[in-house]
Design a protein around this ligand. Structure first.
Ligand SMILES: Nc1ncnc2c1ncn2[C@@H]1O[C@H](COP(=O)(O)OP(=O)(O)OP(=O)(O)O)[C@@H](O)[C@H]1O
Ligand SMILES: [Ca+2]
Length: 602
């Protein structure tokens, strides 16, 4: 059991170079919440060593087979061949390290570079927090409670793929509903589960896959089995290969119309995960498979091995993901669902231009780029890419996670908008309405003025969300929010405690909201600040605010509104006009707010 035939790929163990044929995944948990994984997820599946891709940028001295869309790629660099300048020092960083679409995984594991960046020097054995959870093997309970006899129900076939944590074989059902049906079986070795956390990670992967199964762009889960050697996840067989391979077979990029079809499917899957309170944390072209070999086959998100449940207000801090796709706030160790959106931005950038937005020869270089460099939209083929597409990518690759669109907003963006595709419910609405309900009357008036400055086009997303909540009565209350969540609920929703947010929306159980107020409640100043038209929106909003809402406010009161102390009085004084009311500058600053210092860390 656990063997499948025709293994052509070297395994991490038997490959003398320590190279790995599939993906490179960074997995470290530096600090964690008490009830969250303390050790690197599946650290035993390879740890920091041996998680290499066979053709990493540093290793590959051969010219890439992929065409470079950049006229001044590596060869035009003023630096000697092989030397890439630090993005931090370069004034136009994107331009220099922008190269042809480099091979898919970084050369080194993330940990050493991270430790260096954080000033810890070389990690010494025993000094790394994630090693804390290691327990003696014999005390680990590796029983999952899954069915035992995979062999009685499925006949294993050839290996179809391999990752860091497991390999996947095709199989065929022997009896029952799946008799003679092809399936995929992901095999995860128990020998590699050397910590309680690693065991918990597998349990969670199965739980998440099982709970989310059913969406058309998520791989369908059938069953989980185990024996003394392995855990087996039986799922739908995707025969059309990885998105990465399709990108490569198209010469590195997609035509804009074809890219849209791909991005819509990615966003649909991710919007669904997010509404269920699941953050995927490893979105990349290797983790999207096509159901069949047909060109127009449905695409399915796989590999929930790094995914986690997350409450609406929770922030995670374990550094997890794949270097090219990792969001800046993940490197800063305080992130939520928006980290997935960044990864989708990276994937979309690649689809549209065939180049990675953040590229360097080393992982620390990649991280520097992720944290500091702005991707280029000037080089070929960007001039021929539509304005909408560029705006779309920029609004996913915003370094400030608060300014990024949510998955549902991205689906409603002008580039992808469709009248025929149903819009999913967005959990972001709940978070924003909750904050609004707890805001001061002055803040609510400021938001109301802001919402009045939006054009009908900018209201499309809000209208769609309101329609999902409204029961044709023209107003909504807590009950509508409850019902909408319930309708979209799965086992994952309960596990991630998404419905907890309804408790914090209690004020809405006593009153109702019409569409106008809903708009004020569900807009995000931070997101609007990222819109090209922001200055115009702000000045129109200020005119509305002058007519309704702006009033004489003292510096002390303004400071209280913003939870600031007397030391801020000097600055705040500049926000108030001689008539004692907020100036335009003051209004926009007030809307923006100051970063809350009591962000919860887990
Ligand atoms: N349902 C499936 N149908 C066909 N192939 C699959 C299926 N699931 C996984 N594979 C193949 O197996 C590979 C490894 O699977 P998966 O990504 O789940 O493993 P992993 O070890 O968790 O990966 P990673 O190294 O990215 O963390 C995939 O890249 C894919 O090629
Ligand atoms: Ca994978």
């Amino acid at each position: 059991m656990g063997q499948c035939y025709g293994k052509t790929n070297p395994t991490a163990e038997n490959d003398p170079n320590g190279e790995h044929p599939s993906t490179t995944t960074i997995t470290t948990t530096v600090v964690s919440s008490p009830n969250r994984a303390q050790t690197p997820a599946r650290s035993s599946g390879g740890g920091w060593n041996g998680l290499f891709k066979s053709s990493t940028p540093a290793r590959s001295s051969n010219p890439s087979p992929w065409p470079s869309p950049y006229p001044h790629g590596v060869s035009a660099s003023p630096l000697p061949p092989g030397v890439s300048p630090s993005p931090a020092r370069s004034s136009t960083p994107g331009r220099f390290f922008k190269m042809r679409f480099a091979p898919p995984s970084p050369a080194k594991h993330i940990k050493a570079s991270l430790a260096k960046r954080l000033g810890r020097g070389k990690p010494k054995p025993g000094t790394i927090p994630e090693d804390e959870g290691v327990e003696p093997e014999q005390s680990l309970n590796k029983t999952f409670g899954y069915s035992k006899n995979l062999g009685a129900k499925y006949e294993l076939g050839v290996e179809v793929g391999r990752g860091h944590f497991g390999h996947t074989c095709s199989a065929r059902g022997k009896k029952g509903e799946l008799k003679d049906q092809p399936v995929a079986v992901k095999i995860i070795s128990k020998a590699k589960m050397t910590t309680a956390i690693a065991i918990e990670d597998v349990r969670r992967e199965v739980k998440i896959l099982k709970a989310l199964s059913g969406h058309k762009n998520l791989v369908k889960f059938y069953d989980a089995y185990e024996d003394s050697n392995n855990v087996y996840i039986v799922m739908e067989l995707c025969e059309g290969g990885e998105l990465l391979d399709r990108i490569l077979s198209r010469g590195g990029k997609y035509a804009e119309e074809d890219a849209k079809v791909i991005v819509v499917q990615i966003l649909s899957a991710v919007a669904f995960c997010h509404l269920q309170g699941v953050v995927h944390r490893d979105l990349k072209p290797e983790n999207f498979l096509f159901a069949t070999k047909r060109e127009d086959a449905d695409m399915k998100l796989i590999d929930f091995g790094l995914s986690d449940f997350i409450r609406p207000e929770e922030r995670l801090n374990d550094i997890v993901g794949s270097a090219y796709y990792v969001a800046p706030e993940v490197l800063h160790r305080s992130y939520s669902l928006e980290a997935d959106i960044w990864s989708i931005g990276v994937i979309t950038y690649i689809l549209l231009c065939g180049s990675r937005p953040f590229w360097a020869r080393t992982e620390s270089g990649i991280f520097r780029a992720v944290l500091r460099a702005d991707p280029s939209f000037d080089d070929l083929p960007w001039p021929s890419v539509s304005q909408e597409a560029k705006d779309f990518v920029k609004r996913l690759l915003n370094k400030d996670y608060r300014k990024r669109m949510s998955a549902v907003q991205a689906l409603s963006h002008l580039w992808l908008r469709s009248d025929t595709r149903p819009v999913p419910l967005d959990i972001l609405i709940y978070k924003l309405v909750k904050s609004y309900l707890h805001a001061s009357p002055f803040k609510r008036a400021a938001l109301k003025a802001l919402s009045k400055a939006l054009t009908e086009d900018e209201l499309v997303y809000l209208r769609a969300q309101y329609r999902l909540l409204d029961s044709d009565e023209g107003h909504i209350s807590l009950r509508n929010f409850e019902m909408a969540l319930l309708q979209n609920s799965t086992d994952a929703t309960r596990e991630s405690r998404v419905p907890d947010i309804l408790n914090a929306m209690e004020p809405l159980s006593y009153r109702q909201m019409d569409f106008e107020e809903f708009c004020a409640a569900a807009i995000s100043t931070h997101q609007l600040e990222a819109v090209d038209r922001w200055e115009q929106i702000a000045s129109t909003a200020y005119e509305h605010f002058q007519l309704e809402g702006n009033r004489v406010i003292s510096v002390e009161e303004l400071a209280r509104e913003l939870s600031l102390g007397p030391s801020a009085y000097g600055i705040l004084r500049e926000w108030i006009n001689s008539d004692g009311k907020l100036s335009l500058l003051g209004y926009t600053k007030y809307l923006h707010g100051v970063r809350s210092s009591n962000t919860r860390h887990h």
